[in-house]
Design a binder for this molecule. Structure first.
Ligand SMILES: Nc1ncnc2c1ncn2[C@@H]1O[C@H](COP(=O)(O)OP(=O)(O)OP(=O)(O)O)[C@@H](O)[C@H]1O
Ligand SMILES: [Mg+2]
Length: 222
């Protein structure tokens, strides 16, 4: 489904060059649940952004569904980003002026052929899955960290993506809440076959997934 070959990412600022990813090779098959582990700064978020087509590698190849991304038109790429991939960001990225339900609906606004009514229904269904049906009209600053994280997950779910890329979805949560989020993700993977790539610092959670990929200093170590 997703194949990365020899991916390199170099960040160049005025004073320093950082090799965030050094010749990374990674294949994720349909229906897999993979976790990515490694110390802070080793390139995990960078890798996820590249997998989610939010950032481009400095060199290397990416294939999605057996086709190099370079062969997709801009329109097709926009479609992939918007429909196929759901992103859960490390820092939530919620819009503070919008209510919970409006935040969750937002990605659907950019889809053609989804009516306002259907958007609401899908957003409600997604919030129900993460146990936030009672908070739809709250604003993000009226929610706990764990609830915000769940809104961010609901927003990714609302679009029914085939792949979810989640950057430390339990990083800011206590262990009970972390377990709940993990159960939501495991359920999606098992019941709905959603492919998931999750960055985590939590060894226990990583062990619940099918495969753990470990990074150190931009390189894959296992
Ligand atoms: N926009 C940027 N410009 C310059 N350097 C960057 C940029 N983004 C990331 N880096 C550098 O690239 C390296 C990898 O960063 P990345 O965010 O991928 O790490 P991470 O593994 O996700 O860390 P954490 O566990 O703390 O979230 C770091 O050394 C970071 O400083
Ligand atoms: Mg990160």
């Amino acid at each position: 489904m997703l194949k990365l070959t020899d991916i390199e990412k170099v960040y160049q600022t005025k004073t320093i060059e950082t090799v965030a990813l050094n010749r990374v090779n990674l294949t994720v098959s349909k229906g897999e649940f993979v976790s990515i582990m490694g110390p802070s700064g080793c390139g995990k978020s960078t890798l996820l952004s590249i997998m989610g087509l939010l950032d481009e590698p400095t060199s290397g190849h990416i294939e999605i569904d057996g086709r190099p991304v370079t062969s997709y038109s801009d329109r097709e790429l926009a479609h992939l980003r918007n429909q196929k991939i759901g992103f859960v960001f490390q820092s939530y990225h919620l819009i503070h002026d919008l209510s919970v339900i409006d935040n969750v609906e937002l990605p659907l606004l950019y889809r053609s052929g989804v009516s306002g009514k259907e958007r609401r229904q899908r957003a409600h269904a997604a919030l129900d899955k993460v146990g936030l049906s009672a908070r739809t009209n709250h604003f993000p600053n009226q929610l706990s960290g764990g609830q915000r994280q769940r809104v961010a997950i609901a927003r990714a779910l609302a679009g029914n993506p085939e792949i979810i890329l989640a950057d430390e979805p339990t990083g800011n949560l206590d262990s009970v809440m972390g377990e709940e989020i993990m159960d939501i993700l495991l359920g999606l993977n098992r019941r709905e076959g959603t492919t998931i790539v999750m960055v985590t610092h939590d060894e226990q959670q990583a062990l619940k997934t099918e495969r753990v990929v470990r990074f150190f200093d931009g390189s894959q170590v296992s």
